[in-house]
Ligand binder design. Structure first.
Ligand code: PA5
Length: 446
C-alpha cells in the first residue's frame, strides 16, 4: 500500500516556502499539545489514538451486528445529524455504485439517512418507501437528545413496530450513543436494543472511526478493517515522531494558516470525482465547527468539478481573490471506459477517440489548476492512489489530525461548538418547549 500524498508547491508564489517552514516549531508544539493533552479542549482527544486502540473483538462485534442487519433488512436507515452521519455517508457514497438503489444483484441493504433534516416531505416519502420494505434502524446520537434525529427516530421506530411487531423491531434497531446519558440511552436500555458507546472524549465530527462510522459502513458491505488500517497508517505518519517535512498533517496545517494570514479567507475543497461529494460535506463540518469561532477561521467551501466549473467556475476564476483550493485527486479509476470513434464525427469528438474517459477528466483537472493559479488562486493537492477503504481511512484521519493542529495554531479550541446552540434555543422557544418560557415570550415579542 502507498500513502495519500499532499503537494503544496502550487501555493508558492502566493506565500513563500520560507514562511511555511517558519511554522515548524508552532506546528510541532500544536502536535505535541494534542498528544500531551495540554491544549484547549483536551477532554475531547479520544479520536487521536482511536485507530490504534481498536481491537479485534470490537471489529468482530461490529461486523456481527452488521451481518444481522444485512441478513434481515433490504434497507437500513441511519438516523443522525452532523458528525453522527456525515462520516458514514462520505465513505459509503465514495465506495458505492452510483446507481446502487437500482441494482438487482445487491449483496447488502440500501443505506438511507434520516434525522439529518426536518423536511416533512422527506420524512413522508421515506416512510412511504419503507412501507413495502424489510428495514432496520441505526440510531446515532452522542447526546441522545438532538431534536432532528430524535424526531425521525420516533416516527421510524413506531413504523417498524407496526410493520414487524415490537419484538422483531427490537432486534432490528441498534443505538449508538453515550454510555449513560441522554434519552436514546434510556430508550435503548428500556427496549433492550443492541448498543454501541460513543466515548465521552470523542466529539461528533471526530467520530468516524468509532461505531458511528464503522457500523453503517459494515452494513453497506465495506471493509472496515481496511478503513481502520488506513487510518492507523496515518496516525503513525502524522505523529510527533515524524519530521515536519514528512508529516502531511503538519504541512497542511502550516500552509492553510499561512494562506489565511495572507488574506485567503475561504478554502474550497475540490473533487473531480462525483462520489466524493459527501467527503467534502464531512470535511466542511470538521473544519467549519472546529475553526469557525472567536471571529476567526477559514470558511470551508466545496465544489464538485467538472460539474461546478459550469456554475462556480466563473467566481473562482475571476471573483474576489480571497480563496484557495485544495484538490482531492484520485490517481486510478476503478473501471475503464474508452471513448469510441465515430465515422460521421458530427460531435467533433474524434480527437478523443481511443482515450480513457479518465484521461479527459485528468486533463480537465490539470487545465483547471493552471487556469486557477493564473487567476490568482493558490492550489494544494491531495492524491489518493485509488478510491478504496484504506485510502479513505488515510484521508479522513489525515484531515482530523491536520484540523486539530491547525486549530491550535490558529489559537482556537478545535473541539467545541458553542455556536451551534443559538438556533436550538430559539427553535425550542418558538415551539414552547417546557423550560423555555421566558425565551419564548421574548422571541415571540420580536
Ligand atoms: O460535531 C458535533 O459534535 C456535532 O455536529 C454533532 O455531531 C451533531 O450535532 C449531532 O449531535 P448528537 O450526536 O449529539 O446528536
Amino acid at each position: 500500500m502507498q500513502n495519500i500524498k499532499l503537494s503544496i508547491d502550487k501555493a508558492f508564489g502566493f506565500i513563500s516556502e520560507q514562511a511555511v517552514l517558519g511554522y515548524k516549531e508552532k506546528v510541532a508544539a500544536a502536535n505535541a499539545a494534542l498528544h500531551n493533552g495540554t491544549g484547549k479542549g483536551n477532554d475531547f482527544l479520544g479520536w487521536l489514538n482511536l485507530p490504534s486502540s481498536i481491537d479485534e473483538a470490537h471489529l468482530a462485534d461490529v461486523e456481527n451486528t452488521a451481518r444481522i442487519l444485512r441478513e434481515n433488512c433490504e434497507v437500513v436507515v441511519v438516523v443522525g445529524i452532523g458528525g453522527s452521519y456525515l462520516g458514514a455517508k462520505a465513505v459509503i457514497d465514495a465506495l458505492s455504485n452510483s446507481f446502487d438503489w437500482l441494482l438487482t444483484d445487491r449483496k447488502a441493504p440500501i443505506v438511507v439517512y434520516a434525522g439529518q433534516n426536518i423536511g416533512e416531505d422527506y420524512l413522508y416519502e421515506l416512510q412511504e418507501m419503507l412501507k413495502t420494505k424489510k428495514f432496520g434502524i441505526i440510531s446515532i446520537s452522542k447526546s441522545g437528545t438532538t431534536t432532528e434525529p430524535a424526531l425521525a427516530f420516533r416516527l421510524l421506530k413506531t413504523q417498524l413496530e407496526e410493520q414487524q411487531g415490537k419484538e422483531s423491531a427490537q432486534k432490528l434497531i441498534v443505538a449508538v450513543t453515550d454510555k449513560a446519558r441522554g434519552a436514546l440511552r434510556t430508550l435503548a436500555t428500556q427496549e433492550g436494543y443492541k448498543t454501541y458507546i460513543i466515548e465521552d472524549n470523542i466529539g461528533g465530527r471526530y467520530s468516524v472511526f468509532s461505531p458511528v462510522g464503522l457500523l453503517p459502513m459494515a452494513v453497506a458491505g465495506f471493509d472496515i478493517r481496511q478503513f481502520v488500517a488506513g487510518a492507523l497508517s496515518m496516525e503513525v505518519l502524522c505523529g510527533t515522531e515524524t519530521a515536519f517535512e514528512e508529516n502531511p498533517a503538519a504541512i497542511y496545517a502550516a500552509v492553510r494558516n499561512e494562506l489565511y494570514k495572507s488574506g485567503k479567507k475561504i478554502e474550497i475543497l475540490v473533487n473531480f470525482h462525483p462520489k466524493l461529494h459527501y467527503v467534502s460535506e464531512w470535511w466542511k463540518q470538521l473544519y467549519g465547527e472546529s475553526e469557525g469561532k472567536d471571529n476567526l477561521g477559514i470558511f470551508p467551501a466545496a465544489v464538485d468539478f467538472t460539474s461546478d466549473l459550469h456554475s462556480m467556475g466563473q467566481w473562482i476564476q475571476e471573483g474576489e481573490r480571497t480563496i484557495f483550493e485544495t484538490v482531492i485527486t484520485v490517481n486510478e479509476s476503478n473501471f475503464q471506459k474508452i471513448v469510441p470513434s465515430d465515422k460521421a464525427n458530427l460531435d467533433g469528438l474524434n480527437f478523443l477517440a481511443g482515450k480513457r474517459v479518465d484521461e479527459v477528466n485528468k486533463m480537465a483537472e490539470l487545465g483547471t489548476m493552471i487556469a486557477h493559479i493564473d487567476g490568482g488562486v493558490p492550489n494544494l493537492k491531495i492524491e489518493l492512489p485509488k478510491l478504496n477503504e484504506f485510502y479513505l481511512g488515510q484521508l479522513l484521519y489525515f484531515f482530523e489530525k491536520a484540523c486539530g493542529i491547525s486549530g491550535y495554531v490558529l489559537g482556537v479550541n478545535p473541539f467545541d461548538q458553542p455556536g451551534v446552540e443559538a438556533y436550538k434555543k430559539n427553535m425550542f422557544a418558538l415551539l414552547d418547549k417546557p423550560g423555555f418560557e421566558a425565551e419564548s415570550k421574548a422571541i415571540k415579542a420580536r
